[in-house]
Design a protein around this ligand. Structure first.
Ligand SMILES: [Zn+2]
Length: 505
């Protein structure tokens, strides 16, 4: 099982490098540092398309984007609890002295979730299962130490500061500004898409675990009494979610497809606002194109829950390279953050409710990174067989929309194809590329590997009757269409989900 995964993983990562999606660890020129990667031209376009979809969905749900600083002074991280609590369990090899994350060493070899294990459980598990140092094969020391994940820096000459380990805390700090901006009306929602930093011990999971990564985190500020009086809940109460409450995990039951309102009835979710947030996370991931059968929503067990969380569910994605991976956390943080920052700053962080009583609002958070879903999309859609390699990423987020080929370069075909390419770029806002290199078969193959949904070929008939062929990436089917219908046809296939067989001749 793990061997197969490893083999697929290696093949996929080398594909991603060669085709220009992700390079690294960077800086490669200086030998590379684990946990840092460059998004190459195709990968960056893919990531942008994913992030823009996320933006659109948050905005549709009346959440507003902000951009806060990524570096803040010590006091902020003391108050948030990160300087004290944001640690990973470290284990050292007795011989080569390499350090590893104890829970990850276990999870790499065994199908268990070890991040809630106590130090003793970690050591016992490693001993009982004879897990050895991956570097040299020796035994580990029988001791766990705590490693803080914060990346330290200095502002000016002497201000101790840290790169943010999450966008969330920085989003909370302008709280009183939000209250004014939203004209003192709760609930309100804001989100950030931006970089965060974690000093991971020895990340070896490509962009799934980076030291510098991109987060997208949405925060809803609500009064406690609004949680069960949540207007938007009515629109989603009949939606179905693949839920795996912790009781079902303990009984070895599989996740169950359930209506949101039934989950509320069964008390799997404590309140309607939280249920709405869990549903929104599912919408976010299905809309960017993660197949439903690859998603499950897992509730944290009680000892797994973060110190601030009143309730916590993870959205997990099933990948070929790493199995099930946590990709999003939905947390009811209650009044933890605002209370902490009020105490530390000496300022009141409250808002007036309907009865003119000043109270500290609660925060419900949808927290995820954009690197993991991008990797998952590559992982799930990379298909290789004896005949061809194809990247079946959802057509509307593919890095390149369309490629235009002249059948041959002579007799004016190249000029026509170049003209068409320019028209698609300039007048129709598409990402189009022109390619005249090699046989038509080779050019199709190159585009299949890049995930390009459609290719257009200009041939001799184009000169006679102003038609071209359009070819679909997934079915390889071709159709002849009029030149004037090209933009509409591309739009139908890429953005409206039409099949090429339905396209009019
Ligand atoms: Zn070793």
């Amino acid at each position: 099982m793990h061997k197969e995964r490893k083999k697929f993983q290696e093949q996929l990562i080398s594909f991603i490098q060669q085709k220009g999606f992700v390079w690294g660890p960077e800086p490669e020129l200086y030998g590379g540092l684990a946990g840092f990667y460059t998004y190459a031209p195709l990968g960056k376009r893919l990531k942008n398309n994913v992030e823009n979809k996320i933006r659109t969905i948050f905005q549709k749900n009346d959440m507003w984007e902000v951009e806060c600083p990524t570096v803040m002074q010590k006091e902020v991280w003391q108050a948030s609890g990160h300087l004290g609590n944001f640690t990973d369990p470290l284990i050292k090899c007795s011989k080569c002295k390499s350090n590893f994350r104890a829970d990850k060493i276990i999870e790499e070899k065994h199908d268990v979730v070890a991040d809630a294990f106590s130090d003793k459980q970690l050591i016992d598990f490693i001993e009982e299962n004879k897990i050895k140092c991956p570097t040299c094969g020796s035994e580990f020391n029988k001791e766990i130490t705590e490693h803080n994940l914060m990346m330290k820096t200095t502002i000016g000459t002497d201000i101790e500061a840290y790169n943010r380990p999450e966008t969330a805390t920085t989003t909370y700090l302008p709280f009183t500004r939000y209250v004014d901006y939203f004209r003192k009306k709760l609930p309100f929602g804001v989100f950030q898409i931006g970089k965060a930093y974690r000093n991971e011990i020895s990340p070896r999971q490509h962009v799934m675990r980076m030291r510098e990564f991109t987060q997208a985190e949405g925060q809803m500020f609500v009064f406690p009494e609004q949680k069960d009086n949540w207007k938007r809940y009515e629109n989603i109460s009949d939606c179905r979610l693949p839920l795996w409450p912790y009781q079902m995990q303990e009984n070895d039951e599989k996740p169950k497809d359930m209506k949101v309102k039934d989950a509320i009835k069964n008390r799997y979710f404590k309140n309607k606002a939280y249920a709405w947030a869990v549903n929104l996370s599912y919408v976010l991931f299905t809309e960017i194109g993660i197949p439903k059968e690859n998603i499950r929503l897992r509730q944290h067990t009680l000892d797994e829950r973060a110190f601030y969380a009143d309730d916590a569910w993870d959205l997990e994605i099933k990948t070929n390279s790493f199995g099930w991976v946590e990709c999003c956390g939905i947390h009811d943080r209650a009044d933890y953050d605002l209370t902490q920052h009020a105490k530390a700053s000496g300022k009141k962080l409250e808002a007036m409710d309907e009865n003119n009583i000043k109270i500290v609002p609660h925060i419900i958070e949808i927290a995820f990174g954009t690197d993991r879903p991008v990797f998952a999309l590559l992982d799930i859609n990379y298909k290789k067989n004896d005949e061809r390699t194809i990247l079946t990423v959802p057509k509307d987020i593919a890095p390149i929309n369309v490629a235009v080929f002249p059948l041959v370069k002579k007799e004016g075909l190249a000029e026509i194809a170049e003209g068409l390419t320019d028209d698609l770029i300039e007048n129709h806002g598409l990402t189009a590329i022109y390619d005249a290199g090699g046989s038509i078969g080779r050019r199709y193959a190159r585009m299949d590997e890049k995930g390009t949904p459609v290719c257009i070929t200009v041939d001799f008939e184009t000169k006679e009757n102003n038609t071209v062929t359009i070819r679909d990436r997934d079915t390889q089917e071709q159709k002849r269409i009029k030149v004037e219908d090209i933009p509409k046809t591309i739009d139908d296939i890429i953005f409206r989900g039409k099949d090429i067989t339905d396209v009019k001749k």
